[in-house]
Design a protein around this ligand. Structure first.
Ligand SMILES: [Zn+2]
Length: 853
């Protein structure tokens, strides 16, 4: 199998060793799992008893093979009688004698012990490097890691009810799935019993134990669901800020979906060192403690995306569960889309649209930089590999496009129908297709083939022209991606809008509908090149392409400066304004510059200015720099952040002057972080001291220190290496450590003499105890393209902590080998060329500056 697919220039998704994956057969129906758990937080062990009630299908069951990894089994019995069993390679083989007859039930009990587990169950404790960590235990069962903490048939296609009893030392709290049915004190212990009456899959089962404190919020939804959150003592206020909108989100989602929140209560618990952002365990979501923001971090970032994502999973993923991982976009695409839906509810349509737009951008980046695959795909080594931007972000964009295709009312009816008819069941993509077809009468097979079962997307360029003589506007749509018989042009319908006047100001949250007096035309696109001529009784001053930005793909306007300026001034669609701003930044004419300058004065939506700033930065022109320096004091921190980042493209002392104040004094951590990085890029003589001070200044999640780390890396100054290496050591903030590892790889590019020392540090970090640091070190090693990392990467590719580490390490090793095939002379010449280009730019700027004087 080749790593690169030569036919379309994209890397293939499947790594060597990947195979077609299908779910296992079912010999029994699991009806109920009863867990009795005694975690010992000091010894990092768990004594458990798992009683599983099963019913045989249509064949007598003599043996049942359960997943049980690293569990020490003490006994297996049924009705008080011992059952024979054997345990090998993570499989517990239980024998029924006499066999279990079809339709008959058995409840068998397995007593077991877990000690210092590798996965699935995690114990947190204070360490010499992090003495303030609080002892706790939490689980992470997705995708197939419940087997590390209880014996089970560990695959999403099975669902059962459960009861979980957790006995903890008095004073500690324990959480598990479902309703709290009993809490009692027994000698020095407190025993919590939870019951989940709605069947769920093993990957959604959880328990957490530790000294957490409880807060109860307003009951939510039609069924008045009690809503709780749990944080460690001292974090109550930050917890309220993070989770305070949960009840409102339940209300909003219920009214969109139509099916009430499915469980008896909803709890969220913020744990230390969590290995994901959040995990949607039924009725008991685990969240990373890093989502607890202090007041300053809340200025321009929030937990809402995470909280709304995990909440949406309670329907999409938990109540309706993908039957096998290849259809996991039905979990993740929906949860990601509902982040956008919450944004729409809470902040308005523009924010919704921009959220979808950024999802598409993230997907496009993965498609071009990493690999291309269909959203539904069952060829992989580990299920976790497909939890990527195709699954989340492209899945989200497909749902947005579906909403455009069906229209709002029909879309929500279809989603409602899908949830109602599949509640409690396992689903595949065909179930969604059928639900839409049933409620709308539309044939959706072509849509799903094109966007879900096939990889890729259209790369569209749109142009417009006005023929004054014929009184007609001509719009062309070109699909620039490779088109042949195997990969035909995309078929879609797109709306065009023509207005005689440009609104003098942008209407906020106007939605995708037409403006007053707008003339709409709908164009069916089937070929790679399409032209439509629309007769009009007025000369259009504003032309709208795909209002509502429904289309998934990379889309560029070639409208010319006048039309683009009109779009930026008055199109109510923020995505149209972003595309116009990009076009204008490239154009660079006086008219374009004026339009962009005006946007920084009057544009109401920060998202448009974010993209405009980035586009201006990429031009590296003095005109762009002037606009950006003026915009550095914009009132919105979400504008200042990308402006500060974009200024890193201009290596002048004037830029450094502007960045210095912001880097040291902006009220936002994120703005400061971006300004610090850009300050490093200016290589100004004053930068080192500022960056060296900021890299040890604590901030939420290490945002400021991380900005300083990236800035130090850009300095190309040997003095930067020591503080960067120091920032990677145990004891420093994990957010900073991750950034510093990546920053080191960048520093190595600029400082040949420090390369050996940096490679050495990165290779050591490949074995860091923190899994997220391992991932960062893999990314850094890939960046370094150094063969000295190959042995460690190859080892991690086989025996890494989990599928993500194994996948990333395998990809990195393959890329390093690929890079080494490029003759070193070529890479050396390339880097010389980069340096020369940079010098040319600097000289050009100096000449222009002299000209102005
Ligand atoms: Zn998710």
């Amino acid at each position: 199998m080749s790593y690169r697919d030569e036919s379309n220039g994209h890397r293939t998704f499947a790594l060597p060793g990947a195979r077609l994956q299908y779910g296992p057969d079912k010999a029994v129906d699991v009806e109920h799992i009863d867990l009795y758990l005694e975690p010992d937080l000091e010894r990092q062990s768990l004594d458990g008893a798992c009683t599983t009630t099963v019913r045989a299908y249509d064949e007598p069951v003599e043996r049942l093979v359960l997943n049980a990894v690293d569990l020490e089994i003490t006994s297996v019995e049924c009705d008080g009688k011992p059952l024979a069993y054997s345990l090998r390679d993570g499989k517990l083989d239980v024998r029924f004698d006499p066999p279990l007859w079809p339709g008959h039930r058995a409840a068998f009990r397995i007593a077991y012990r877990v000690t210092k587990p590798r996965h699935g169950l995690f114990f947190v404790e204070p360490t010499p490097a992090y003495p303030h960590k609080v002892r706790q235990a939490w689980t992470q069962s997705q995708d197939e890691n419940a087997r590390f903490w209880f014996p089970c048939l560990d695959y999403p296609h099975a669902k059962q009810t459960s009861q979980t009893t957790v006995a903890v030392r008095k004073g500690l709290f324990a959480l598990a799935n479902g309703a709290l049915v009993e809490r009692k004190d027994e000698r020095d212990r407190t025993i919590y019993t939870y019951r989940q009456d709605v069947p769920h899959s093993t990957y959604l089962m959880t328990f957490v134990a530790g000294p957490f404190v409880e807060a109860r919020q307003a009951d939510a939804g039609a069924r008045k669901v009690p809503v709780f959150y749990y944080v460690l003592p001292g974090r109550e206020e930050d917890g309220e800020a993070a989770f305070g909108k949960t009840s409102k989100m339940i209300d909003a989602f219920e009214s969109r979906i139509g099916t009430p929140y499915p469980y008896a209560r909803y709890s969220q618990i913020a744990v230390t060192d969590f290995i994901f952002g959040g995990m949607e365990n039924t009725a008991a979501t685990t969240q990373t403690e890093r989502t607890l923001r202090d007041a300053r971090a809340r200025l321009d970032s929030s937990s809402d995306p995470l909280v709304s994502h995990e909440l949406a999973h309670q329907w999409f993923g938990d109540l309706l569960t993908c039957r096998d991982w290849s259809h996991a976009w039905l979990n993740e695409g929906f949860a990601t889309y509902f982040e956008c839906i919450w944004r729409e509810t809470d902040l308005g349509y523009d924010e919704y649209l921009y959220d979808v737009f950024t999802c598409i951008a993230r997907y496009l980046e993965e498609d071009s930089e990493r690999y291309r695959r269909p959203i539904v795909c069952n060829r992989f080594r580990d299920p976790i590999e497909i939890f990527d931007r195709h699954l989340y972000e492209k899945g989200c964009a497909v749902l947005h496009m579906l909403r455009g295709e069906l229209g709002d009312a029909r879309f929500w009816r279809a989603i409602g129908n899908y949830v109602e008819r599949n509640a409690g069941r396992n689903v595949e993509t065909i179930d969604l297709i059928r639900a839409i077809e049933e409620s709308s009468g539309r044939n959706m097979r072509g849509f799903f083939d094109q966007w879900v079962f096939r990889g890729g997307h259209p790369e569209i360029e749109a142009t417009v022209s006005w023929d004054a003589q014929r009184r007609a506007a001509t719009v062309t749509i070109d699909q620039k991606q490779h088109v042949d018989e195997e990969q035909p042009a995309y078929r879609f319908a797109v709306d065009l809008g023509f207005c005689a006047e440009v609104p003098s100001a942008v209407a906020v949250n106007a939605g995708p509908g037409p403006l007053a007096g707008e003339r709409r035309a709908r164009l069916s696109v089937e070929r790679a090149h399409e032209t439509v001529t629309v007769p009009l009784d007025f000369e259009p001053k504003l032309v709208r392409f795909d209002p509502g930005a429904w289309l998934l793909g990379s889309i560029a306007y070639k409208f010319g400066a006048a039309y683009s300026a009109a779009t930026l001034q008055g199109d109510p669609d923020p995505v149209a304004r972003i595309r116009a701003a990009r076009e204008l930044a490239k154009d660079g004419s006086q008219l374009a510059r004026e339009a962009l300058r005006e946007a920084f004065r009057s544009e109401p939506f920060w998202g448009v200015l974010d993209e405009a700033a980035t586009a201006l930065g990429q031009t590296r022109s003095p005109g762009a720099r002037e606009i950006l320096i003026d915009a550095l004091h914009h009132k919105h921190p979400k504008v200042r952040r990308p402006v500060a980042a974009a200024l890193g493209n201009f290596r002048t002392s004037e830029t450094a002057d502007a960045l210095l104040t912001v880097a040291q004094a902006d009220e936002s951590y994120f703005v400061r972080g971006a300004a610090l990085t850009s300050l490093g890029k200016t290589r100004d003589a004053r930068a080192f001291d500022v960056l060296n001070a900021a890299i040890v200044e604590p901030s939420w999640n290490g945002v400021v220190e991380s900005g300083a780390a990236h800035g130090l890396a850009e300095l190309a100054d040997p003095r930067a290496v020591a503080p960067l290496i120091d920032a990677t050591r145990l004891g420093r903030d994990e957010g900073l450590r991750r950034s510093a590892v990546v920053a080191l790889a960048r520093a190595a590019q600029l400082l040949y003499e420090a390369r050996a020392q940096i490679v050495d540090t990165v290779v050591q970090l490949l074995d860091d105890p923190a899994f997220l640091i391992q991932l960062a070190a893999i990314a850094a090693a890939e960046h370094l393209e150094d063969e000295r990392a190959l042995a460690a990467l190859d080892r991690l590719g086989i025996s890494g902590f989990d599928g993500r580490v194994r996948r990333d390490a395998t990809e990195a090793a393959a890329r390093i080998r690929e890079a080494q095939k490029t003759p070193s002379q070529v890479s050396a010449l390339r880097s010389d060329l980069d340096t020369l280009r940079e010098e040319q730019r600097t000289l050009q700027e100096k000449i222009e500056a002299l000209g102005r004087r």
